[in-house]
Write a protein that binds this ligand. Structure first.
Ligand SMILES: Cc1cc2nc3c(=O)[nH]c(=O)nc-3n(C[C@H](O)[C@H](O)[C@H](O)COP(=O)(O)O)c2cc1C
Length: 566
């Protein structure tokens, strides 16, 4: 077996790092450093694609009873913009049909593609390399037509069905708000590591963030809410979802616990969420389990132990205090024009979402569209707004923007602070010569600043590993995370949460681009420290966590598109 070198690379500026017994935070920092792409060296990976070992994108549990979900009829006319408006639709009752629609919008297949004898599927949630490491679970009470017990179900996107993994004591549901249920996400790191090696843990976490966003938008279409149960740590989640059951996996690739969230029709106090989390970590166990996991690659040939190491260092529950939101702008301050209208239905946007493979390098978007997209990324004072209500912490991801083609907005480098209180610290960490000018006609509540005028198309492509889509879009961006402070305040486990927040930002951009008639693409390949240099970031306090591009796509007419189901 090939075993790449996996010593912890000692970070150059971390004075207390001890190789004998590194703390969880030190493991995270070391992982982050060694998985940076540099112009002279990419993060460790196999360096070629070993097609014979390509993992199966579909996990199944052989022997687990499968319930086919009724495929929802297409054509629901709920407008996309209405997903953002609270209390505008009556919440859907919990039923097999509503759960089916929820999963259809969140995690299902949206198309099959064919080219030269190859066939692959696409899903509502995007994934780095289309490898889909994220697996979805729902914990449901007894429901007509489902199964005669309440249980833990694994979602199978290929057949749009639920596999019963374990049974749950029905009295548990009495502790939950009426009409609510739980969703869980796990990652199969091997799916990403097969292609991307050590950096794969980062991409798995981005994908979890996208999936969380996808779940939140799907819930909004049913007028449900989603709340992250951050008190439930990795070990408890593994037990709840049956991921710790050695006998059910055998030689199959293990799934790693990521998160659990409550899906409920109405607002609930955080106390309720906390007590539910506590109940989940101590009380709930399944009495009976079904099924054994399929093997995704007959052999791997290579292992990436730093991924297991960083995963283990980020497993503990994160105890987050509910953060105050009174300094956020109101909806009226964020949006100059009315946003209560739009061209597309929620269904068209959600099921039609795709990544652009290339951008036309010519179409400009309007300033209104640009400002609106930026404003959608900022939580509002009263709420906070969907989908930011899913995260119980204030934004820790901000945007360094490369504006190429936005009408009436000068091309150049910009900064969007998603939390108004972070403008000053960001300014302090960046180049002193930056302008910090508000663009004309920018809504008052948007903390958007021109840093430097100029054509940055080549620069944008260059730092995104030379990918043209970053320079050919209307704008691209780097998501700048408040990194060291997050680890210090919330602990090593929050390393994952920073990626989840970045993925959620990306999911909003994907959907907003679709609604605006364009396309977006997540970009996981970028030269970390080159990005920091562009913005003059010289300490570890702020780090680039994800890139994105938005623009007008060029479709690849050679591909044949087939329906997702049937
Ligand atoms: C975390 C993440 C990183 C990605 N990185 C890149 C990238 O560097 N370059 C690129 O062209 N596409 C990238 N993509 C886009 C994926 O290739 C795309 O999501 C996948 O092929 C599935 O296609 P879909 O988004 O149309 O469903 C990325 C997507 C995600 C979620």
């Amino acid at each position: 077996m090939l075993r790449p070198n996996f010593e912890i690379v000692q970070p150059t500026t971390s004075p207390d790092f001890s190789l004998d017994s590194p703390s969880d935070e030190e493991i995270v920092v070391a992982y982050h450093e060694r998985t940076k792409h540099q112009r002279h060296r990419y993060a460790a990976s196999l360096g070629y694609l070993d097609w014979a070992k390509q993992p199966d994108p579909f996990r199944r549990y052989d022997g687990a009873p499968l319930v086919s979900l009724p495929l929802p009829a297409e054509g629901r006319d709920l407008p996309f913009w209405q997903l953002y408006v609270r209390d505008s639709v009556v919440p859907a009752p919990l039923s097999l049909e509503s759960v089916s629609l929820f999963l259809r919008y969140a995690l299902s297949l949206t198309a099959w593609k064919q080219f030269q004898g190859n066939t692959w599927s696409l899903r509502a949630n995007p994934s780095s390399g289309n490898l889909h490491p994220t697996e979805g679970y729902v914990l449901l009470p007894f429901m007509d037509k489902l199964h005669n017990r309440s249980g833990v179900y694994h979602y199978s996107p290929k057949v749009h069905g639920l596999e019963l993994r374990g049974e749950i004591d029905p009295t548990f549901w009495a502790s939950l708000p009426e009409g609510s249920f739980l969703v869980g996400l796990s990652s199969i790191f091997w799916r990403e590591a097969w292609k991307y090696g050590e950096r794969a843990f980062r991409y798995c976490q981005h994908d979890v963030g996208h999936a969380l966003g996808s779940l939140r938008f799907a819930a909004a279409a049913l007028r449900w809410k989603v709340r992250l149960l951050h008190h439930v740590g990795g070990a408890a989640l593994a037990r709840l979802l049956g991921l710790d059951r050695d006998t059910d996996y055998g030689r199959a690739e293990r799934e790693h616990p990521e998160l659990m969230a409550l899906v409920a029709p109405e607002e609930h106090s955080s106390d309720r969420v906390v007590s539910l989390s506590e109940y989940l970590t101590t009380q709930l166990t399944s009495s009976r389990w079904y099924g054994t996991a399929n093997v995704l690659s007959a052999e791997h040939g290579v292992e990436w132990p730093v991924i297991d190491q960083v995963a283990a260092a980020t497993m503990k529950p994160k105890i987050l205090a509910e953060e105050e939101s009174s300094s956020f702008p109101s909806e009226a301050e964020l949006f100059a024009a009315s946003v209560r209208s739009g061209a597309l239905t929620a269904e068209k946007v959600i099921l039609g979402r795709r990544s652009a493979v290339s951008m036309d390098a010519s179409t400009a978007i309007s300033a209104t569209t640009f400002f609106r997209m930026m404003a959608r990324l900022v939580p509002t004072r009263h709420g906070p707004s969907m989908p930011w209500d899913v995260l119980p912490w204030r934004p820790r991801i901000h945007l360094g923007l490369f504006v190429n083609r936005v009408k009436d907005v000068a091309p150049g480098l910009y900064l969007l602070a998603r939390d108004p209180e972070k403008v000053a610290p960001l300014r302090q960490s960046m180049r002193p010569e930056f302008l910090w000018q508000r663009p004309p006609s920018c809504p008052q509540g948007l903390q958007l600043f021109l840093l430097k005028k100029g054509d940055c198309r080549t620069l944008a492509a260059n730092i995104s590993c030379g990918q043209d889509i970053a320079g050919d879009g209307a704008f691209s961006l780097s998501m700048i995370a408040e990194y060291m402070d997050s680890l210090a305040v919330y602990g090593a486990g929050f390393y994952r949460n920073l990626y989840w927040e970045a993925g959620l930002v990306g999911q909003v951009l994907y959907l907003e681009a679709e609604e605006a008639g364009g396309r977006a693409t997540g970009i996981g390949c970028y030269f970390d420290d080159s990005v920091h240099e562009v913005f003059g970031i010289s300490s570890r306090d702020w780090q680039s966590f994800y890139h994105f591009t938005v623009g007008n796509p060029i479709e690849d007419a050679r591909l044949t598109t087939l329906p997702a189901y049937g």
